[in-house]
Design a protein around this ligand. Structure first.
Ligand code: F6P
Length: 548
């Protein structure tokens, strides 16, 4: 069974949304609040330890009704069912999309080609548990008999961003192992990382779904060479003790010389950017222990259940996805900011950039036709309050519409109340200010309390006015735990899915990235050989200058 091919712009809901946009485009969010004191209750979803307040959006209940009508008209319910059941919804690669199976319960059944994959998933989980416990407890040792102190994750894209983001996100729960991530094929970064490492006590985890990615293979090869350098007294057989690998390509792994006991399989029905739940998350399990890794999966599984079963109006990923479509396709917003008010999530937006932009950055529909409406949003963000002192000026007073997700926690992890109150005061104040803005009248009143003259006040006022009316979603979560982080990540994964369904695109391939891989191979030959192949004059000149 394949996903439906429904052009969203041909639906009744889309036409109605266009008319609705024309009729409401100048509405002020704050006026909706003035008209309805119960608004925040009506536009809040409470689920487990999540509170999602989407009332500070430029929407009325009619907007929500129409957006959900759109979701129904593109047959989102059926699509969700297909997504979870292992249908080949990654049609251009002929694959199912089943990262949700990686966090399914042991008693669940998920069929791929008629075979229940859950037992395999749990086998690999047991292997992850045994391996990570042996490393953490010091039972597995390095070539001189010392316990491991450092772990280097070698991977790129989904084989780096997810593990790196979660390892940082769950640092509070981490053990003694020091984690390092090498992704870029930048030798300087590789050697900068190796500089402080002791080969006797360092474990290298090579992560590559395909085991053909140039960056990862080059880095792994260079690191293996470093490990085998004469100064360390290592031999080829020591590689087996210090290298582990995660991949679908087990043959290539054995060619690299990694011992079978250190090889962790994954499956082609797991997309790279959704793979942290598989053995790709080995670094996570090493950093925070298997129990916490499992809790991360459990949180994601709970969000999966919510997404599968909640009515659309109470369904967090559906509502967030449809709101984003409202701004992207009707209000003409081009970007979305994601601002977590916790330093632990400093890598969160970088991680989501791959998930969202690699998935939905498509301009051809499921029929292979060029589409005439906007798809993938541009994602960016940094933790608050740092971002307030960096780019919030543009959100407050710039010319662009930037819907923003604010993610904050009721409790801090170290329980330092004073700091947490200040952090969260900023969190609440920003969403309020972004909505309310500041009118000229208010600015003048404030300035008249200073020593400024009337003319000075008049001249300065326009610069201190804030137009307001900037939409935000507020996600208030109880505490940053492995479980709540798992649910948060899964929430965004499902938002990606919903948007792909509405936009009638294939979200789970990435041909745009494949092109880059091919081109770099050709240019590398041009750099290494004496002859340079055909290029435009700019590229030719640049290559000549580089080679001199
Ligand atoms: O960036 C393209 C991509 O194919 C991603 O989807 C993937 O996460 C990354 O490359 C790394 O691929 P691999 O895990 O196969 O090395």
């Amino acid at each position: 069974m394949a996903l439906q091919h429904i052009d969203p712009t041909t639906t009744n809901a889309w036409n109605k949304l266009e008319a609705h946009f024309e009729a409401t485009k100048n509405h002020q969010i704050k006026d909706y609040f003035n008209a309805n004191t119960d608004r925040s209750v009506a536009f809040t979803i409470i689920w487990n330890d999540f509170l999602v307040d989407f009332s500070k959006n430029n929407i009325s209940s009619e907007t929500i009704e129409l957006l959900l009508q759109l979701a129904n008209e593109v047959q989102l319910k059926d699509a969700i069912q297909q997504y979870f059941s292992g249908a080949l919804i990654n049609q251009t690669e002929g694959r199912a999309v089943l990262h949700t199976a990686l966090r399914a319960k042991k008693t669940d059944t998920v069929l791929v080609d008629g075979v229940n994959v859950i037992s395999e998933v749990y086998e690999v989980k047991s292997k992850i548990k045994a391996f990570t416990e042996a490393i953490i407890l010091g039972h597995k040792k390095g070539f001189t008999g010392k316990a491991f102190t450092d772990v280097v994750n070698i991977g790129i894209g989904g084989s780096d961003l997810g593990p790196a983001m979660v390892v940082e996100g769950l640092k509070y729960y981490s053990n003694h192992l020091k984690m390092h991530f090498v992704s870029n094929v930048d030798g300087d970064h590789v050697f900068e990382t190796l500089k402080h490492l002791n080969p006797e006590t360092t474990l290298f985890v090579v992560v590559s779904k395909t085991f053909t990615t140039q960056e990862t293979l080059s880095n792994a090869t260079t690191i293996k060479k470093w490990f085998l350098s004469k100064d360390f007294g290592t031999t080829q057989s020591d590689v087996a003790k210090h290298f582990a690998a995660v991949s679908t390509n087990t043959q290539k792994i054995s060619e690299f010389g990694i011992a079978a006991e250190n090889v962790f399989p994954m499956w082609d029905w797991v997309g790279g950017r959704f793979s942290l739940w598989s053995a790709v998350g080995l670094s996570i399990a090493l950093a925070v222990g298997f129990e916490n890794f499992d809790a991360l999966l459990e949180g994601a599984n709970e969000m999966d259940e919510h997404f599968k079963t909640a009515d659309f109006e109470q369904n967090i990923p559906v509502v967030l996805a449809m709101l984003s479509i409202w701004y992207n396709n009707f209000h003409g917003a081009e970007t979305e900011a994601i601002i977590p008010y916790t330093q632990y999530l400093s890598r969160f937006s970088a991680y989501l950039q791959q998930g969202i932009m690699e998935s939905n950055g498509k301009s051809v529909d499921r029929n292979g036709k060029t589409i005439n409406y906007q798809t993938g949003t541009i994602i960016w963000g940094e933790p608050g309050t740092n971002s307030q002192h960096a780019f919030f000026q543009l959100i407050h007073q710039g010319t662009k519409l930037i819907p923003t997700d604010f993610i904050g926690y009721k409790h801090s992890l170290y329980g330092e109340k004073d700091h947490h109150n200040k952090l969260m005061a900023n969190f609440f104040a920003q969403t309020e200010a972004l909505m309310n803005g500041k009118e000229a009248e208010e600015v003048k009143n404030e300035l008249s309390a200073t020593k400024m003259t009337a003319t000075e006040i008049e001249n300065l006022t326009p610069f201190k006015v804030f137009k307001g009316n900037n939409p935000t979603n507020t996600l208030l979560i109880d505490k940053l735990t492995p479980k709540s982080l798992g649910a948060l990540i899964a929430m965004y994964e499902h938002k990606i899915f919903v948007q792909g369904v509405v936009w009638n695109i294939f979200s789970y391939d990435q041909w745009g990235v494949e092109l880059g891989k091919q081109l770099a191979t050709t240019v590398l030959k041009d750099i290494e050989n004496s002859e340079i192949s055909k290029h435009d004059s700019s590229t030719l000149n640049l290559l000549h200058k580089f080679k001199i």
